[in-house]
Design a protein around this ligand. Structure first.
Ligand code: COA
Ligand code: MG
Length: 292
């Protein structure tokens, strides 16, 4: 299944150096996994983590989960070695950190275009620098391989000089610009991490906020965060019931030659039906992931 059709309610980072965590993740309920070779891996473990992730990808079964490897940035000495080793495993996707503009994505795309095992490999962009956020639209459009954006809110806060407030007001401009760019180009967009991984109450508030803005899901750092993200970013029973009733009401109106239906005192138009069908498809994709 192409990544654009997969759910990404919960996207879990796993340090590529942690064998136990890599093993554990085969049984965790995260929709997607980021195998990290970048910031979660210490300098003296870069080479061994790269080999461990490559071996993990070829030997372990993560089912239908969306998988991606976060390589080190092109401004480091490790990026090309990462690509050389990881691309031999025919990875589902590469997540590129510190993306500043379309040129970074195009450089990765050219590398993948020249690799026989990467014909279907997707690209995701970490949106985590002021320049990257300002160039979000060109980044989203940079390659047909682009599948999504991951918000790197910790790096962004550092570069902006922004504080970590409960309402995340200082992040709203950046989150909104990236979301707009992703949606304008049909990409997935996943919200940044919440660092205090034992505080699931605040995580819940952040997830609700991200969901209300339109994000597909949240990046996570610990298994304890998965359940909340899966719950908040899934269509609720009420949402699904409304979607089914909207489709029914609209079909009935159309059968009478009408272009608009009325349901529970609200109008139902074509655009609502498109959204309702998208919601049902998302619920189906989630069910399929859980069964698989
Ligand atoms: N993915 C998969 N499994 C994980 C995990 C993760 N991100 N984080 C922890 N686990 C596992 C542990 O291996 C442990 O498994 P076990 O008890 O079956 O052996 C279990 O979950 C409980 O872990 P816990 O002891 O509560 O956490 P910890 O103290 O070992 O680790 C962190 C805490 C934050 C260091 C760890 O969660 C982590 O490294 N997270 C990812 C950080 C990251 O990738 N950052 C970069 C992007 S922001
Ligand atoms: Mg970062």
């Amino acid at each position: 299944m192409d990544q654009l059709n997969k759910p990404f309610r919960s996207l879990l980072y796993i340090p590529g150096s942690k064998e136990r965590a890599l093993e554990k993740a085969t049984g965790l309920a995260a929709d997607g996994i980021i195998f990290d070779l970048e910031d979660a891996v210490a300098v003296d473990e870069k080479a061994s983590a790269r080999e461990l992730v490559a071996q993990t990808l070829t030997t372990r079964d993560y089912g239908l989960r969306g998988l991606m490897v976060r390589i080190n940035g092109f401004d480091t000495e490790w990026a090309l070695d990462d690509l050389q080793v990881i691309c031999d495993t025919a990875p589902e996707a590469i997540l590129l950190p510190k993306v500043g503009g379309a040129a970074d994505i195009q450089r990765l795309a050219r590398y993948l275009d020249n690799h026989p095992k990467c014909t279907r490999t997707r690209i995701w962009a970490m949106m985590e620098s002021p320049a990257g956020v300002l160039n979000a639209a060109e980044i989203a459009a940079a390659s047909p391989r682009m599948a999504g954006m991951v918000m790197g809110t910790n790096d962004l806060a550092k570069d902006l000089g922004a504080r970590d407030t409960l309402d995340r007001a200082p992040m709203m401009t950046s989150l909104g610009l990236c979301l707009l760019a992703a949606r304008a180009h049909g990409l997935i967009c996943v919200d940044g991490v919440y660092n205090k991984f034992r505080d699931t109450d605040t995580l819940r508030r952040h997830c609700e906020q991200g969901r209300d803005m339109g994000f597909d899901g949240k990046t996570l750092i610990h298994p304890a965060q998965i359940e909340v993200a899966n719950e908040i970013f899934a269509p609720s029973e009420d949402d699904l019931d409304l979607a089914r009733r909207q489709i029914k009401a609209f079909d009935e109106a159309q059968a009478k030659g009408l272009g608009i239906a009325v349901l529970d005192g609200n109008i139902v138009e074509n655009l609502h039906i498109a959204a309702a069908r998208r919601l049902l498809a998302r619920a189906e994709a989630i069910a399929k992931l859980q069964d698989g």
